[in-house]
Design a protein around this ligand. Sequence first.
Ligand SMILES: [Fe+2]
Ligand SMILES: [Fe+2]
Length: 252
Amino acid sequence: MIEDQVLTRVRIAAIADLHYTPDSEASVVPAIHEAAREADILLICGDLTHNGLVEEAAALAECVRSVRVPILAVLGNHDFHSGQEEAIKAALRGSPLRVLDGDIAVVHGIGFAGVKGFATGFGRRVLEPWGEAVVKEFVRLAVDEALKLESALARLRTEHRVALLHYAPIVGTVEGEPPEIHPFLGSSRLEDPLNRHNVAAVFHGHAHHGQPEGTTATGIPVYNVSLPLLRRTRPEGPPCRMIELSGPTPAT
Ligand SMILES: [Fe+2]
Ligand SMILES: [Fe+2]
């Protein structure tokens, strides 16, 4: 997706963990519209639905139809729960919400790369592909997601690159969650591509009780934009994280 309109400043709003169901519509839908209101683009970092049902995605598509800015999203683990992830993507097609799965988009001159990511933990204690076949398969999924991210970022030729994930790329933004579940909340394997491609900012969700922000080893800002976390840590503000990036430098 290439959007031609180039802005001097681009306001990027991000949110995650909508866990949409018809019952939660009254609280979730106003949050989406509020997040989009002051932004030039809205990012939704996974767990769009609660039960991973196509009906939930179809209803969500209707709810975002009147949003006037582009919406880029990734799926989360909840969106896979019922084995309907492809149908969920199809249900969202035709709405302003575009799901990225190793895909890129350029909006207002800013490049975006989106993948769900996966688990395996952080740092020296990251799970290695050793032993039982099921462990190797688990790690392979995480490696595949990191490769998708690497490949997507490598295809972006824009001055600024932004990544959206569901799982966390650093431990810093999951701290606050029970340490026993840290390995299931993200993977350091996602951090390396971000550092290599010097992205401007990273957004993720999934860790509802984590920290709102952290940095990668090279100082890239990482924002946990899980909606329950935003509501808890920023009760007065709009239920999103907003950053501004300068638009592309005009060619001379
Ligand atoms: Fe979630
Ligand atoms: Fe999640």
